[in-house]
Ligand binder design. Structure first.
Ligand SMILES: Nc1nc2c(ncn2[C@@H]2O[C@H](COP(=O)(O)OP(=O)(O)OP(=O)(O)O)[C@@H](O)[C@H]2O)c(=O)[nH]1
Length: 776
């Protein structure tokens, strides 16, 4: 049964045109021996490992907590590394394998079948007196929002790399996201056992592409097939993994001081690497520089490992450099030192500074960062507490939703199983049961009065620092930026009777996943699903079937274009309508202008002529802006969102009896006319494409790209492979995975990421219009 399901899912994905794994897990397809029984052997319903010890320290000292994320390009080995961490910490007793579909963190059926992470999973475990809350995030670009929302609550991250590939496309994206949230990082060069693994190459690519300063804390002993251990440069200890007679689970390793007599060459290499590390750190940290230049300037050997570790910690927390470690998660090597490095070099929650905390004093301030729908318990909301404490059976106030909610229980997340806890202190992460309104990105405080007091303090602070009020708003209500979807399709239930069930399923899924958008087509009344990529929509379709028992039908996948205007235009409109005994009378005059700028913005910038703004009541202003926004959601040509326009309300006359709805309606109609008069230009999503292909198949891949309106920006070398970086319209990428697979005998991989929206030329635009009208 399991085999059959996996086979089906592989076929499904293979047929999907935009799956970015061209060879889609050849290894996974080979390893199909997992049975349902195997999975139950992992005993997912029983409490994991040493739950008693976790219970006894529910709220450890804040300095002993590490909220850590694992991030990387797809397939770098995040889940495998996480699984090893859980095993060595005693959280699980047998090692799971992504290729066998039985890891703890990939617990959704779709994740286990496909061997990919879709939802980020939070797991809590202890490592040498430290509490680690670890989040395994998805690597596939379709789930970037999932990564972003988790980064909001992390204090540190481990960036995992495939040592044979170095920095890959999605690594850059997640690295930039981590920069945005100022998250200190450690790099883990995984897959050192692979045939083309190269420590030097991977480090160089980190230096060049991520523009960061790597601090080499380890040197590998052997590479590829000969990889068998490492040297800790800080302590000069050699770590060699030794399988026991019946088990090679990586638990057994020998750690001893490297002596010159053991291996003179390696000894010298380590000596040099340590001196370089000391100089590098001294350059970045004044306190350490004093030590190095002072008492130990003659002999760096006298600098203790502890002093060096403290300095490395300071430069890591100050984002001045990034420690680099290596290993092979699959071959069970290097993960224990990585865990040590997490506790040693990444920050505790109280070492991060959050400006908004000062406004709450010691009152509760928590952020909801993820929602899961549990059939029995209802919505489960993941929260991170920043200040104050959370207790079960208490009321909390959600600032974003302006509502008070009651929380019934607090649970510690163990992937798909949960342990009940009596309280949650600052710096910690847990699941709440009972919050019905809270969604991803909401700020939760103890009461409305507390929110008001915090807002008052924030306002006072803003005035002192001459900051705008909207700045303060965004700090108080820190949410997650959701990019616009690029794909959409219709979704239909098997019968009208099932429409209500489908609506419910979609609204639950939307609360879990804010990047999923659902709307109703105003002309046909059909439900439209909008997603971040083909895989995203496919997974949603699958979940509706499996989790909600509704067999739905998807229409053909379509591209989400945008509309903009070509020139400025000014239009006047009059609405004169009598409803009952009331006469509604509005005249509006609007001017629209194209806006140039780097960022595509679907929200128009609205301003008012002086004669209008002087006497405009707030509610009336709201009605005008509603009308303008509404007509920008669906452009006049094909109904796509309108981007990059400025609007000026030049004049407005409103009869005293006129309702605000009528004002909005008049303004909206006036906008539509103005947009049409200004001339509509269709914009298409253009993607950044990165193909990793062998030299033999390079020319085939390039000539195919030329037929797809692709423009090649760069061809780089990556070990024996070539990496083609190109910009290609999304509309040309349908069916690409199948084509690339046949062109390259399944050896190439690619990633696709939205870059910008660009104008179609007039021929392309009229061809698209004809297609949409069903004329061709
Ligand atoms: N040779 C080798 N293969 C590895 C290693 N670690 C992971 N893999 C393999 O690489 C593939 C991807 O591993 P995952 O752990 O699922 O990678 P991931 O980064 O979690 O993948 P996504 O969540 O889908 O982005 C699997 O086939 C693993 O068996 C390693 O150290 N060496």
């Amino acid at each position: 049964m399991w085999k059959v399901m996996r086979r089906v899912s592989v076929d499904l994905l293979e047929s999907s045109s935009l799956c970015n794994k061209v060879y889609f897990r050849k290894t996974k397809m080979r390893v199909v021996s997992v049975t349902q029984q195997n999975c139950s052997l992992r005993n997912y319903s029983a409490p994991p490992g040493d739950v008693k010890s976790l219970r006894s320290v529910i709220n450890p000292d804040i300095s002993r907590i590490r909220n850590i994320g694992i991030m990387a390009h797809i397939d770098a080995g995040k889940t495998t590394t996480t699984e090893r961490m859980l095993y060595y910490s005693g959280y699980i007793r047998t090692l799971g394998d992504v290729d066998d579909g039985d890891t703890v963190t990939d617990f959704m059926v779709q994740e286990r079948e496909r061997g990919i992470t879709i939802q980020s999973a939070a797991v809590t475990f202890d490592w040498k007196d430290y509490r680690i809350n670890l989040i395994d995030t998805p690597g596939h670009v379709d789930f970037t929002v999932e990564v972003e929302r988790c980064l909001r609550v992390l204090d540190g991250a481990v960036a995992v790399f495939d040592a044979s590939a170095g920095v890959e496309a999605q690594t850059l994206t997640v690295w930039r996201q981590a920069d945005k949230h100022q998250i200190p990082r450690i790099c883990f060069l995984n897959k050192m056992d692979k045939s083309r693994a190269s420590f030097t190459y991977a480090v160089e690519s980190i230096k060049q592409k991520l523009k960061t300063k790597p601090l080499l804390l380890q040197l590998p002993i052997g590479e590829a097939k000969t990889f068998r251990g490492l040297v800790d440069i800080v302590t000069k200890e050699k770590i060699i993994w030794k399988p026991t007679s019946d088990l090679d689970d990586g638990k057994n390793f020998e750690r001893k001081l490297l002596l010159e007599a053991d291996d003179p060459n390696l000894f010298q290499e380590v000596q040099d690497a340590r001196n370089t590390l000391i100089e590098q750190v001294a350059d970045l940290d004044d306190e350490f520089a004093e030590l190095v230049l002072g008492e130990h300037s003659e002999n760096f050997d006298l600098i203790s490992a502890e002093k060096l570790q403290s300095a490395i910690r300071r430069v890591t927390l100050a984002h001045k450099a990034v420690p680099v470690l290596c290993g092979s998660a699959l071959k069970n090597k290097g993960v224990q030192p990585l865990l040590d490095a997490i506790t040693m070099y990444l920050p505790a929650p109280n070492e991060r500074s959050y400006e908004f905390l000062q406004w709450y004093k010691d009152d509760l301030c928590a952020l909801a960062f993820k929602v899961l729908h549990d059939k029995c318990r209802g919505p489960l909301v993941f929260v991170r507490v920043y200040s104050g404490s959370l207790k079960p059976q208490s009321a909390v106030y959600n600032i974003n939703k302006s509502c008070t909610e009651r929380m019934s229980r607090l649970l510690l997340p163990f992937a798909d199983q949960h342990i009940e806890i009596p309280s949650l202190m600052p710096g910690n992460i847990a699941l709440t049961v009972g919050l019905k309104q809270s969604a991803t990105g909401d700020t939760i405080v103890s009461s409305k009065a507390s929110a008001v007091a915090a807002a008052r303090r924030a306002g006072r602070d803003a005035r002192e620092k001459k900051r705008s009020v909207s700045d303060v708003d965004s700090l108080l209500l820190a949410g997650v930026e959701i990019p616009d979807p690029v794909f959409f399709c219709t979704i239909e239930p098997p019968s009208m009777a099932k429409q209500q069930d489908l609506d419910n399923a979609l609204s639950c899924l939307q609360r879990e996943d804010p990047s999923l958008k659902v709307k109703i087509d105003p002309d046909t009344g059909q439900t439209i699903l909008c997603g971040m990529g083909e895989l995203h929509i496919e997974i949603i379709h699958d979940r509706i079937k499996r989790e909600y028992g509704i067999e739905t039908y998807l229409g053909p996948l379509q591209i989400a274009y945008r509309e903009t205007i070509l020139s400025a235009a000014q239009v006047t409109d009059i609405l004169d309508k009598t409803v009952g005994d009331k006469r509604h009378f509005v005249t509006a005059e609007l001017e629209v202008r194209p806006r140039s700028g780097d960022r595509a913005m679907t929200k128009p910038i609205i301003d008012y002529a002086e004669s209008v703004i002087g006497e405009l009541p707030k509610e009336l202003q709201g009605a005008i802006e509603n009308g303008i926004m509404n007509s920008c959601i669906q452009g006049p040509l094909l109904g796509f969102p309108v981007q990059d326009i400025d609007v000026t309300v030049q004049s407005l006359t409103v009869h005293p009896d006129t309702s605000h709805t009528m004002v909005s309606a008049c303004v909206s109609r006036c906008m539509q006319k103005a947009l049409k008069k200004a001339g509509i230009q269709i914009l298409e999503p253009v993607m950044n494409l990165e193909i990793t292909v062998s030299e033999d198949h390079l020319s085939a891949a390039l000539s195919d790209l030329a037929q797809r309106r692709g423009s090649i920006q760069e061809i780089q070398s990556r070990q024996d492979n070539r990496v083609v970086v190109a910009a290609v319209p999304l509309a040309e990428m349908m069916g690409y995975s199948t084509v690339l697979r046949s062109l390259t005998s399944g050896s190439a991989t690619f990633t696709l990421e939205l870059a910008s929206y660009q104008a179609l030329n007039s021929q392309e635009q009229s061809a698209l219009l004809q297609r949409r009208m069903g004329l061709v």
